[in-house]
Design a protein around this ligand. Structure first.
Ligand SMILES: [Zn+2]
Length: 411
């Protein structure tokens, strides 16, 4: 049995504006909940969640006096975005890797796709790091003044924008390092394509798509069998059209006896295949090989729902493969996996780095102060506060009036 406790924390968060020295505070609200084995435990966990929200969560409210978004807010937002991008590109990269490894697309296409994904990640992180929430402080200020009107924001001490501190830089040397990692991710994904072309490992419509002496390729048969539990065994033989010494051929080697079988497994139709292992013979490089595989197949057939008999058939298929260099597939596959794997890792590492830099901006900047909702605005007497509020309202109304007075094409 588990208990649930939930509630809403409400408070003021107060800032000393770095842009003008004003002191302002805004209403902060978060729904929190906790679970536990007892009601008390659930309550305690909900309280913990509340404290964590107070410490970690930040709302982006520009200063109503100068429009500056505080570095803590900037860092918080950027950290969230970088983190989300990192998770997204990690998942997308792994999906693309699996798609490529299953030859849904050609290996070159999956490598180019990974490079494209890494480039997108680089651009997304770069734009996130570069984006400046203080590019238009006038618009920020107008937004904040609306909140002053509604009572969600209070100005406690007026500011002097001529006396503010400059903004901390949005990007630093650290960003250059992580951008370089992100660029490395783009290049890493292109390594298998480059190595393939440099070494003359041709792509072919075969399984695997790159093939050389010493590698193993698979021939699949169009014939279908009706067997139990996808069980079969084959004894394939190759007849080569050219002399090839030292090739070996394998197929499935299942065995069966008494076994329990689900009704869905009574009639299955697995794909029949044979693997041909080529000798690592340099004489075969860049040759085209053809031949025929003849394969007697044995399989268990369910003649009733509770009994089965062994059946036999023989399948036959011609094949034709174009070889490139010795062990081309083993080498290319190693480059493909390490290149695309490194690309995912470097993108992950770069994303983590960008998120860390944003987190540092957040935690290294002056903090917000939490006040309970009934704390009076200390620095201003109530009538002064009311006067400021009226002023803000009048300014806002005047701005709206100006907006209405403008000709439509000026808006
Ligand atoms: Zn300010």
């Amino acid at each position: 049995m588990s208990y649930q406790a939930s509630g809403t924390i409400k408070c003021w968060k107060k800032y000393d504006c770095l842009g003008c020295g004003a002191v302002f505070r805004h209403r902060f609200e978060r729904a929190v909940s906790g679970q536990g084995g007892t009601a008390e435990q659930a309550e305690a966990n909900a309280q913990q969640a509340g404290i964590a929200a107070l410490q970690n969560q930040v709302d982006t409210i520009p200063c109503p006096e100068c429009g500056r978004v505080q570095p803590r807010m900037v860092g918080h937002d950027k950290n969230n975005t970088h983190f989300g991008l990192t998770v997204f590109f990690l998942i997308a990269g792994v999906v693309l890797l699996l798609v490529g490894a299953n030859d849904v697309t050609t290996r070159d296409v999956s490598a180019y796709g990974m490079a494209g994904l890494a480039l997108l990640a680089l651009l997304a992180h770069f734009l996130t790091a570069q984006s400046d929430p203080n590019a238009n402080q006038d618009a920020n200020r107008a937004r904040a003044l609306e909140k002053v009107q509604s009572g969600a924001v209070e100005v406690i001490r007026t500011g002097d924008p001529s006396n503010g501190e400059p903004q901390p830089p949005l990007t630093t040397g650290g960003h250059t390092v992580y951008l370089a990692l992100a660029l490395g991710a783009v290049l890493a994904a292109l390594v298998p394509v480059a190595m393939r072309q440099l070494n003359g490992w041709a792509l072919a419509d075969a399984d695997p798509p790159v093939l050389g002496p010493g590698d193993t390729f698979r021939v699949t048969f169009p014939d279908k069998i009706d067997c139990v539990k996808s069980l079969w065994r084959g004894s394939p033989q190759v007849t080569w059209d050219q002399p090839v010494n030292g090739a070996a051929v394998f197929a499935e080697t299942s065995t069966w006896g008494n076994m329990s079988v689900k009704s869905s497994e009574l009639h299955t139709a697995p794909t029949l295949w044979a693997d041909v292992k080529l000798p690592p013979n340099a004489d075969l490089q860049d040759k085209e090989l053809s031949g025929t595989i003849t394969m007697p197949v044995e399989y268990p057939y369910a003649n009733t729902s509770s009994t089965m008999i062994d059946k036999n058939t023989t399948v036959r298929k011609q094949f034709n493969v174009k070889l490139s260099k010795v062990n081309a597939w083993k080498s290319f596959r190693a480059f493909w996996w390490s290149g695309l794997g490194a690309s995912i890792l470097l993108t992950l590492l770069a994303g983590w780095g960008f998120a860390r830099l944003a987190a540092r901006m957040k935690w290294d900047s002056p903090p917000d102060l939490v006040e309970s909702l009934d704390t009076p605005p200390e620095d201003l007497p109530p009538d002064e506060l009311a006067r400021r509020r009226d002023e803000a309202r009048a300014a806002e109304e005047q701005q709206q009036q100006e907006q209405r007075d403008r000709k439509p094409w000026e808006r």
